[in-house]
Design a protein around this ligand. Sequence first.
Ligand code: BES
Ligand code: ZN
Length: 644
Amino acid sequence: MRRRFGEALLLVSALFGCAFEESVPLRADAAARGGEERPMAHDIHSFARPEEARVRRLELDLTVDFATKRLSGRASLLVAAQAGAKQLLLDTRDLEIRGVRGDAPLAHALGPVQGDFGQALTIELPAAPAGAAARELWIHVDYATSPAAAAVQWLAPAQTAGGKSPFLFTQSQAILARTWVPCQDSPGVRMTYGARIKVNSPAGGPPLLAVMSAAGNPERASPDGTYTFDMPQPIPSYLLALAVGDLAFRSLGPRSGVYAEPSVVARAADEFVDLESMIAAAEQLYGPYRWGRYDVLVLPPSFPFGGMENPRLTFATPTILAGDRSLVSLVAHELAHSWSGNLVTNATWNDFWLNEGFTVYFEHRIMEAVYGDEFDEALAVLGLADLEHTIAELTAGGQARDTWLRLDLAGRNPDDGVTEVAYQKGARFLQAIEQAVGRAKFDRFLRAWFDGNAFESRTTDDFLAFLRRELLAGQPALEASLRIGEWVDGPGLPTNCPRATSRALEKAAAEMARFKGGAAAAALDVKGFTTQQWQQFLRALPAGTSGARLAELDAAFGLSNRGNSEVLFQWLERCVALRHEAALPALERFLTAQGRRKFLKPLYQELAKSSWGKPIAMRIYAKARPGYHAVSTATIDGILKWGK
Ligand code: BES
Ligand code: ZN
């Protein structure tokens, strides 16, 4: 299946040909950056040919219809076409194209369906006057989305906290924007955007609010149901985002606040009290926040990710509302993306670690600044353990290639590259450089990377060239000590990988060792355990622990009834691995109450491993699947071979 995408792409490019292959144009703004010119990186996950005609601005006029589960209206694209360019290529998937026009209707065709990549929409540009140079023109695409559009989840009132109003949200990363907007769906193409979103609020309910990854997010519903947005900074398509629902707003500071359903917003505001301090810490490190406001939208529990860094408006799962602010590193992470990712973006999904590895590194720096070394060390130890687990799993599964930082996702969905390798191995690489050159120097270096490449998309090679020029020039011994090749183009973890230690987590592991040695659960010293200590304690639960001993732990610490999603997850993961049937009701509740892929995937995976667990997984999934977002069902369908 996956192989076929790659072959199909080759076929498609062969069919369309490429008249411009010979002269890859250089970035227009290259001169402004000291004459450093580079050709655009080719994106194998997009049909677009931005080197011929590139979208620079998007104007969206959409109506949101909950009754038919469709967004419909017009996407107007301001296109910069090179001299001689005859076509504009857009990415689409499951869109109903109703018409395309410039000043007059334009010929257009949808290409063959290529799995997750969707269909190329080829638009014949109006003829340019003979000898005309490059030009800019508006192209208008009238279209509607499918009720099954993979980016969009339409929630029934029962799937929300309030239970009275429907809800809608989008998730565009990595290549799902094309399922709700015809666009050049590549991280190498940036555009500004404006939007007018008309919301038909269902009769009898409260008027619904629309919010986007843009300026214009309202505090109150608009009287006629039309919301207007503008994103003046150029962004890649994967950062397009829209949500509509019964939302309330709480301010957290002069430029930050939180949106959530009315019954959730107070809890959310309390959880995120430190948001302004985080923004201040981030600015202190890498320069001014460039996007105006920073708000967080807390979504209903089916949101498939922990967080998504939609500019100006991070989307977040409600499973981080632990009540004790112990899971707010997720907000630090999404905030950090305002620099690493949103300001300087991976040019292709093979360079994904430039987004996520930088962001995890930055996240740790924010956490350290706001909450101190100890808290951050605990997070780092847990993160490294996750990475080592992932590397072992990928290696055992014959996917050692996916443990390199520089990925090879040819023919595959970029989602395959979303592993701890990009996140944690990426972050450790930066930390190794930091330790080798010193923090002050490294801070200046990273700030220069963000400033010098702001609002651009960059490749792994761009970064390595910058690193060699700015930090390593004339120091071959230093360069050799970094083992750059092993990090970037090699498997597993190089020997210079920094390893954190945490006294708090050692204490947690020691208590588990006592339990293992026969101590009664009630006799363990867990007083004041943090979330991260509980995680470490439970991770250390050994194979072979009996049902009676697990029941003893549950009785002593109320593990099956934990409100903290990370602790509950860790407990349930061990219970499934140890076949602790008494925890099955709690497992079923957890799997049906939220749809965060990070929690679902390991639990279903563990169940699917055994003939004991597989039927349980199938039964729970049948019930839970209609409530999950397409991002999560795509993954779990694969694990359970659902529908096969
Ligand atoms: N940008 C990612 C989410 C993402 C990655 C969506 C790739 C689609 C494709 C986001 O910033 C993220 O990394 N979220 C993490 C949380 C983070 C604290 C590690 C998540 O959702 O678990
Ligand atoms: Zn991220």
